[in-house]
Design a protein around this ligand. Structure first.
Ligand SMILES: Cc1ncc(C[n+]2csc(CCOP(=O)(O)OP(=O)(O)O)c2C)c(N)n1
Ligand code: SF4
Ligand SMILES: [Mg+2]
Length: 259
């Protein structure tokens, strides 16, 4: 009788260069989603894991990552990426499973699934693009919106008298023993993008070396198109806001690493 481990890689999803080439890339110009995807594809290629990598993307602007990565991949409902990544990584333990989510996907509707995956010490990589907003639906305030990011629902940024405080997913995940690697990087300047790649590669290396657990990176980046309210942005001014202000709320660096 055949075993589920006998499923050939090509049956996991219909990844193909022709399929990718036919799909338009829907990231806005200057959005860090595109940059994170470039770093991800570089790391996958450098580690030679293209055949083993499986991307699980929740709903958000980051779903378009599925059309730029030439690896096995699955689109899943909003907020369910950690749950599907749990299933895929358990059924196919030899694959390198990567959850790709927005901050809304991972930290609002998907928060319970993500934290329970950390508590259970599931074995996959979690990449969050944290633009402090629900970008795809028009730039509304979400749980990670800081006081300095203008949104379409709180045009002056988060009003803490009404909405309290932004949620720091890196600090939350770090507190759970099954999360073995937790870091935040900024996708803003050339220097920061270089260090983001180093951090991403390190997380993958721990995973490929067999360190079991969740490896989580929160990439702080812009939503230059839908951050608007009292002001509008270009990619340059949006990245400047992250460097000058948002970075005070969300600190850059690796806060947890395997011993
Ligand atoms: C169950 C469900 N609830 C709500 C939505 C609507 N929705 C689509 S994308 C999205 C938020 C996306 O924000 P985020 O995850 O931060 O990704 P971004 O677009 O900012 O990269 C929401 C609320 C949905 N598609 N499904
Ligand atoms: S709407 Fe915002 S998050 Fe979405 S692709 Fe455009 S700039 Fe990026
Ligand atoms: Mg977002």
């Amino acid at each position: 009788m055949s075993d589920y481990r006998d499923i050939p890689a090509e049956k996991v999803s219909p990844a193909s260069e022709a399929y990718n080439a036919a799909m338009p890339v829907t990231f806005c110009a200057g959005c860090g989603h595109g940059t994170v995807n470039v770093l991800l594809s570089e790391v996958i290629e450098e580690l030679g894991i293209q055949e083993r990598a499986v991307m699980i993307a929740g709903v958000g602007c980051g779903t378009a990552s599925l059309f730029v990565q030439n690896i096995k991949r699955m689109a899943v409902p909003h907020g369910r990426a950690s749950d599907v990544a749990t299933g895929v990584s358990r059924v196919l333990p030899d694959r390198v499973v990567v959850q790709y989510s927005g901050d809304g996907d991972a930290c609002a509707i998907g928060l319970a699934g993500l934290l329970h995956a950390c508590a259970r010490r599931e074995n996959f990589i979690v990449l969050i693009y944290n633009n402090n907003a629900y970008g795809m639906t028009g730039g509304q305030l979400g749980p990670t919106t800081s006081e300095v990011v203008p949104t379409t629902t709180f045009i002056q940024g988060r009003d803490k008298e009404i909405m309290g405080y932004p949620l720091d997913i890196v600090e939350l995940a770090k507190a759970l023993p099954g999360c073995v690697f937790a870091a935040r990087e900024r996708i803003t300047t050339g220097k920061n993008v270089f260090r983001a790649k180093k951090t991403l590669k390190k997380a993958f290396e721990y995973h490929v070396d067999g360190v079991k657990g969740i490896k989580l990176i929160d990439f702080l980046g812009n939503c230059n198109v839908n951050w608007k309210g009292a002001q509008t942005f270009t990619p340059v001014t949006a990245n400047q806001l992250i460097e000058d202000e948002v970075s005070k709320y969300f600190v850059q660096g690796t806060v947890k690493e395997p011993k």
